[in-house]
Structure formats: C-alpha cells, structure tokens
Design a protein around this ligand. Structure first.
Ligand SMILES: [Zn+2]
Length: 330
C-alpha cells in the first residue's frame, strides 16, 4: 500500500468518524442526489436551498475545472455501515403489489415483464472514494463520483440504507413480474461510483435504469416526491431522452398515487454523471425528505416502502406498455 493510498484511507476513516459524531442536520442535508455540486459528504453548505431552486442553480452555476484524478482501488477493507433501517411501524397496511398477484394468475410463461432487464440503482453508499470525474464523456467540467447522501433527521438512518432496502423490495416485485433485475450494489459498504452505476446499466443493456434516492433540505417542512430525468446538454440520443422522460412521468404519477405524497414535479438534470454516461432509458426518484421528521419515519417504515414499490412497479408497467415494448399479449 502506497503512502498516498494509506493517507486517502485514513482521511476516509476520519471523515466517517466525523460524520458519526456530527449532529443532524449537519451530518446529512443531501441537496444533490450525486453530491456533485456540493461536498461529497452531503454536509450543509451555504448555498443550501430547497429542491426546486437547487435544480435550477445546479444547472446554471459553473463548476471550476479540476484535474481528473486517477481511480484508486476500492477501500472495502475499511467499511462503516451505520445504516440500520427501522422495523415495521406496526401498521396493518400490507402494501400489496397488486400487479404481482395479477401476474401470478397468468402463469409463469406470460408475465408482463418477461424478457425485460431492469437495472435498479440504490443511491450512495457508506464507503466512498474521494475523486472527481468529468460530468459527461469528454467534458472538462468535473463532479464528485461518490457521495454519502442525506440522513434521517428523526431516525438517524442514512439515505443509502433506505435506498438499498427499497431497491431490494423493488427487485423482488419486478422479478415476480418476470423481469431480470440487476442491482448496482448489494451492500451499504460497497463503493460504486456514479459513472460505474451507469456503466452497469449499459453493460446489462437494461430496458430501464431506475435510480433510487431520498431528498434533503435545510427547510424541515420540505416534503414530497420528485423525479429527475436526463437533459440533452451532453446526450444526443433523442430516443433515449424521450423514453427517459416518459418513464419519469409514469413513475412520478404512480408513486404519488400509491403513497398520497406531495407531487413536487419532474426536473431535467444535465449535471449528473449517472445520467450523462447512461445509454439506456433512465430516471431518478427522490422518494421523500429525510430532513422532514414525518417523511423520515414513513421512509423507514415497511408499509410505506411497500407503497413506494407498488407505485414504481405500476409506473414501470405503464412505461413498457406505452412505449410498445411491453410483453403483454393480452
Ligand atoms: Zn441521494
């Protein structure tokens, strides 16, 4: 192990220790799904602003060019997993996946998502590599490749833990409908960069790339669900862009319907490496605000997670039917 690498690991461990002693909301006000415009640790920054404003600011504010850093080996021997999602809140709502039951009736040979490959991407992770990467292939502007995300103001649970739990539930539901599902990470202490996430979806030739995140704000009252879709600044594949928007629209509609959460709308994003390196239809859902005490509790309850998954599944089914790529033969 070289001195430089040892130093980087020490720095990482230090930052994680720092993160575990910092009080909320300092420890995680995730104003950026990829942490690209602020600190990779999701620390509160002076430019902290509510989501809709942030989206615009992030698109317009220039980021100074920085030299591209070389990728280091993942430091998986130094793992910190503080994400321990809460157990069921005791609610009797079982959040049934209605579509899945319907599919079972039809039998294994005729499931609505048979032949579909879906890549599900649980946002963030507990272990990071500090490096910046070009925001899009060949671009000089750089963004953080790793970020820790936001954190529950009430539960203390990290966004990466909620994202992984919901992603695994979504995988189960989609597999029941016949899809082949690939997760970009299986554990919280698995460092996966934003470019790598897109490349996993590309390599799988995924029919859809679904990125799972939670939101954060310095305003405790901020709440609701928004969905991000890739913009055309660095992507010239119009078919991919149109499909991504359609997927995002259906996802937002159905998840809001299933949860009753506030609809915060759709946001075009040009500043996300996971979008700009992606070659397949993609979307990112912000499932709610972990900086809102009530939504934090909901996001950590089994029953609410099931509602989110139900909405996502129905949105994905609508997408495949609307784009004529569904497997429904009636
Ligand atoms: Zn996030």
């Amino acid at each position: 192990m070289g001195l430089k690498k040892a130093g980087a690991i020490l720095f990482l461990v230090f930052m994680m220790m720092l993160g575990s002693v910092l009080p909320n909301p300092l420890a995680g006000s995730g104003k950026d799904p990829e942490g690209e415009t602020g600190s990779p640790y999701g620390l509160a920054t002076p430019e902290a602003i509510p989501t809709p404003l942030r989206v615009k600011a992030a698109k317009d504010s220039p980021v100074p060019n920085e030299p591209r850093e070389t990728r280091t080996t993942p430091v998986d021997e130094h793992t910190v997993d503080r994400g321990e999602a809460l157990k069921d809140d005791g609610s009797t709502d079982t959040g049934k996946i209605l579509a899945a039951e319907k599919a079972d009736d039809k039998g294994k040979t005729d499931k609505p998502l048979s032949g579909k490959v879906i890549c599900v991407d649980p946002g963030h992770q507990s272990v990071m590599i500090i490096k910046k990467v070009p925001v899009a292939p060949g671009e000089s502007r750089t963004v953080w490749d790793y970020s820790i995300g936001t954190r529950g103001v009430e539960t203390g649970v990290y966004e990466y833990a909620v994202a992984l739990r919901v992603s695994k539930k979504l995988r189960t539901a989609l597999e029941e409908l016949g899809a082949r599902v690939i997760l970009t990470r299986e554990r919280d202490d698995e460092p996966v960069g934003n470019i790598e996430r897109a490349e996993i979806a590309n390599a799988a030739k995924a029919d859809a790339f679904i990125r799972i995140h939670c939101d954060g704000s310095d305003i405790p009252e901020a709440r609701g669900i928004s969905v991000l879709y890739p913009g055309s600044r660095y992507i010239d594949d119009n078919d991919m862009l149109e499909k991504s928007l359609t997927l995002s629209e259906f996802l937002l509609e159905e998840v809001v319907k299933a949860t009753g959460a506030k609809n915060r709308g759709l946001y075009e994003r040009n500043d996300q490496a996971s979008f700009n390196y992606c070659k397949v239809p993609c979307t990112l859902i912000e499932m709610g605000f972990m900086t809102n005490p009530e939504e934090d509790r909901l996001l950590n309850s089994e029953s609410y997670q099931d509602k989110l998954v139900l909405g996502m599944v129905n949105g994905i089914l609508r997408y495949f039917n609307a784009t004529g790529t569904g497997n429904n033969s009636g």
